[in-house]
Ligand binder design. Structure first.
Ligand code: GUN
Length: 293
């Protein structure tokens, strides 16, 4: 049976470290780091995410503000809010919660975010800087996975890493980060058009599965002793649970856990790390660590 990579416990430890840094800043007469979030419309999942981000900010002593705009907000109005946040010296970093309503062009809005305040790491400037290995904000999920790997002391140098899924916010940045100098893995990026995917995955020492399909990664695809990082989050109906649903990942957990040496559970693996990553980026923004103030 594999060892569980406890993302919840690791995220709590990182939160304690952040809280200590924030307390230290305040002791030295500085302001608490300030994260703002913009949410447009009434999407239930987005409201839950933003509420969790707010709660996490408060738990480490940071300031948070939330701009709640109606579904009917026009693109021009949202761009005005972005402009306001770009120029407000009180706000160190901010996020625009996605998805946006269909009548708003997401790319255009993201392009308007000042890279210095883009703590989601979604702008082309931060994505480009990440690829070049320059100081930047790394998107929350890949940043959280890198922390899990580091803090679980998983050997990466010379290892074969297979990333399944090529999204801009998870798969592609993971492939870049794992092949960087200092991490030194050999990376294969698989996607929906990959041929012989199970065969490729069977060569992996580390598998990162971020394909968005529940139970996609089965035990027969996993080399005995491999490390499995599961990025999937799926809400599956379950009349036996008090909530009426359970959360499952992209891996067939029970079977894969019998083969892997280490595995992230869902929930409690990658998920709790993503919010902590946002806090880490906000702290960096407040300290001017990425873009000196
Ligand atoms: N929607 C789902 N995940 C995210 C995220 O990490 N950031 C933002 N802004 N929106 C999201």
């Amino acid at each position: 049976m594999s060892k569980i990579i406890d993302g919840k416990a690791i995220s709590e430890q990182i939160k304690r470290e952040i809280a200590a840094e924030v307390a230290n800043m305040i002791d030295h007469g500085q302001n608490a780091p300030h994260l703002a979030a913009v949410i447009v419309g009434d999407d239930g999942a987005s409201k839950t995410y933003v509420a969790s981000k707010e709660k996490a900010c408060h738990s480490v002593g940071m300031t948070s503000s939330v701009y709640r705009l109606p579904e009917s907000t026009t693109e021009a109005e949202l761009l005005q809010t972005v402009e306001f946040l770009n120029n407000d010296p009180e706000i160190d970093g901010y996020i625009i919660q996605l998805p946006l309503p269909k009548h708003i062009n997401e790319e255009k809005v993201i392009a308007a975010i000042k890279p210095e305040k883009d703590v989601d790491g979604f702008t082309s400037v931060n994505a480009g800087r990440m690829q070049l290995g320059l100081p930047c904000y790394i998107p929350a999920t890949p940043n959280g996975i890198m922390e899990l790997i580091k803090r679980s002391e998983i050997e990466t140098s010379g290892k074969n890493v297979v990333v399944i899924g090529r999204s801009n916010i998870v798969g592609t940045p993971m492939a870049i980060l794992m092949s960087r100098k200092g991490i030194d893995s050999t990376v294969t990026l698989c996607h929906s058009r990959t041929k012989n995917l199970p065969e490729i995955v069977r060569h992996a020492d580390i598998v990162v599965v971020a394909i968005g399909k529940q139970g996609f990664l089965t035990a027969d695809m996993v080399k005995p002793g491999a490390v499995v990082i599961d990025v999937g989050i799926h809400r599956i109906e379950d009349p036996t649970s008090p909530k009426g649903y359970k959360i499952m990942g992209d891996a067939d957990y029970d079977e894969v856990a019998k083969v892997a040496s280490m595995i992230t559970p869902v929930p409690g693996g990658v998920g709790p790390m993503t919010i902590v990553s946002l806090l880490q980026n906000t702290l960096k923004a407040a300290k001017g660590e990425v873009y000196p103030k």
